[in-house]
Design a protein around this ligand. Structure first.
Ligand SMILES: [Zn+2]
Ligand SMILES: [Zn+2]
Length: 146
């Protein structure tokens, strides 16, 4: 084998390694920075009472389940929702802020998209997600026993 042939081979190999690294980089960055940590089942979530505006930490199984008594406030019996915070104006609110029915017709994708976006808008300054984020229990300053 000549030296030139070896060089060519090495160059090819380097190119393959380089290409592989280029492909891998976005995946690594994604997992490192953008992937949200999955919330373990049975973990406490930050909740907001839509009636008495108390906030607390509670184990939530399914926040959408109207029959689950854990989704109701122990103080006033109001419906609990996940607590969200606007990163722009620091306003804290239940998510969704108001109970509105989703658009019935699934054909109107834009309506659905708008509905999902609107229910996460900051009720105070109308900031859109992702600047309105669901809070974690340690972000609550005054925890009530909900
Ligand atoms: Zn309440
Ligand atoms: Zn806001």
């Amino acid at each position: 084998m000549t030296l030139a042939a070896l060089f060519r081979e090495r160059q090819t190999r380097n190119r393959i390694i380089f290409a592989a690294l280029i492909l891998l980089l976005p995946i690594v960055v994604y997992f490192q920075f953008f992937r949200k940590k999955p919330i373990p089942v049975g973990a406490e979530r930050a909740v907001f009472c839509t009636k008495c505006k108390s906030m607390g930490a509670k184990i939530i199984v399914d926040i959408e389940d109207d029959k689950d008594q854990r989704n109701y406030c122990k103080i006033c019996g109001g419906r609990l929702r996940y607590a969200a915070k606007c990163l722009k104006c620091k306003y804290e609110f239940p998510l969704p802020a108001a109970d509105s029915a989703p658009p019935g017709d699934a054909k109107h994708t834009m309506d659905k998209f708008r509905f999902l976006r609107d229910r996460e808008l900051c009720p105070n300054c109308r900031q859109e997600p992702p600047d309105t984020a669901i809070m974690t229990p340690d972000q609550i300053e005054k925890k009530a026993d909900l």
